[in-house]
Ligand binder design. Structure first.
Ligand code: CP
Ligand code: NVA
Length: 332
């Protein structure tokens, strides 16, 4: 009996499998861009290679119980490029894949348990795997800016490996951070985190269990001091302090996160790499990062948002189109 593949978190994949997905996104991006704008390409359109058409004649259901701009647009446009279509409705018997954004993580686990087609997590209370794939592609594309020995990536070649980075996260222990915790250490990077001291801002037990199970905890330094977290950081990341569904806690959270805003002075005083870069999944509020950083040349947030499309396209191709998210078929 063939098992229906699924992707709930990047913890479900090995480091090489994650690297393969990011490289596949890089490949699809550079294959698709000249295809979309043939007048700018050096070759004539007839000579251009098309991206994979693995979703030809296939429909992908988008099940979003929370709002979304980037993830939904990335999904809809990526499905078109793969020859398929995405629709905002879910009937497992009438589509070939489900991309679902849910509240409690258990909801997507239950959906995947009964689904006859592959399920990809578009964000749950615990995880946000497609966000961290986009962050990784963005770091690869910009690594030469903060690692002078790293060459800029070539559009036609696999991505050069990233040098070991120190990646700092200052803010709430939420879905984006959780996928960072199970991913970056396995790719050779150190993670430094600062969250407020109250216990509700620590990761939930099932998340931390996965972190420990994968041996990632040994490469994570956790404190309640944002200055301590950004020490030596090449990359500084944050997320909203009030995730979707936590609106009633807004006043308490704004009090508890006082002093956690990402600013130039925080990173200077904390001893970040002078060339540090900034990532944020968006949407962003000024509380967690000031305008000086958000709109500066340090900020990679706009290419990061664009890269949601190419990484979601890679995940759709391999999970929904080819049923080979783990590479077991093609890596033999
Ligand atoms: N980063 C992200 O998931 O954005 P949306 O909520 O707009 O999809
Ligand atoms: N932690 C945020 C991420 C939004 C992309 C949320 O869950 O609302």
């Amino acid at each position: 009996m063939s098992v229906v593949p699924r992707l709930m978190t990047l913890a479900d994949l090995s480091g090489p499998q994650i690297n393969r997905l990011v490289n596949h996104a890089h490949h699809l991006k550079h294959l698709s861009l000249p295809w979309l704008a043939p007048q700018q390409a050096t070759k004539k359109k007839n000579n251009l290679r098309m991206p994979s058409q693995s979703l030809f004649n296939k429909s992908i259901a988008l099940l979003f119980s929370k709002r979304s701009t980037r993830t939904r647009m990335a999904a809809e446009t990526a499905a078109v490029l793969l020859g398929g279509r995405a629709l905002f409705l879910v009937i497992g018997g009438m589509c070939e894949g489900i991309f679902a954004r849910v509240g409690a993580h258990e909801e997507i686990e239950e959906l995947a348990r009964y689904s006859p087609v592959p399920v990809l997590n578009a964000l749950s209370s615990f995880w946000h795997p497609t966000q961290v794939l986009a962050d990784l592609l963005t770091l690869h594309e910009h690594a030469h800016l903060f690692s002078p020995d790293t060459p800029a990536p070539s559009p036609t070649k696999p991505l050069p490996p990233l040098r070991p980075l120190t990646i700092a996260y200052v803010g709430d222990s939420a879905n984006v951070l959780h996928d960072m915790l199970v991913t970056y250490p396995r790719l050779g990077h150190k993670v430094r985190v600062a969250t407020p001291p109250q216990p509700q801002y620590n990761p939930p037990e099932p998340v931390w269990d996965r972190v420990v199970e994968l041996g990632c905890d040994k490469h994570i330094v956790w404190s309640n001091d944002p200055r301590e977290a950004v020490k030596g950081a090449d990359v500084v990341v944050t997320d909203t302090w009030i995730s979707m569904g936590q609106e009633a806690e807004k006043a308490q959270r704004l009090t508890d996160f006082a002093g956690y805003q990402i600013t130039e002075s925080l990173c200077r005083e904390g001893g970040a790499n002078p060339d540090w870069k900034f990532l944020h999944c968006l949407p962003r509020k000024q509380d967690e990062v000031d305008d000086e950083v958000f709109y500066s040349s340090r900020s990679l947030v706009f290419p990061e948002a664009d890269n949601r499309k190419w990484t979601i396209m890679a995940a759709f191709d391999l999970l929904f189109g080819k049923w080979d998210i783990t590479g077991e078929k093609t890596l033999k």
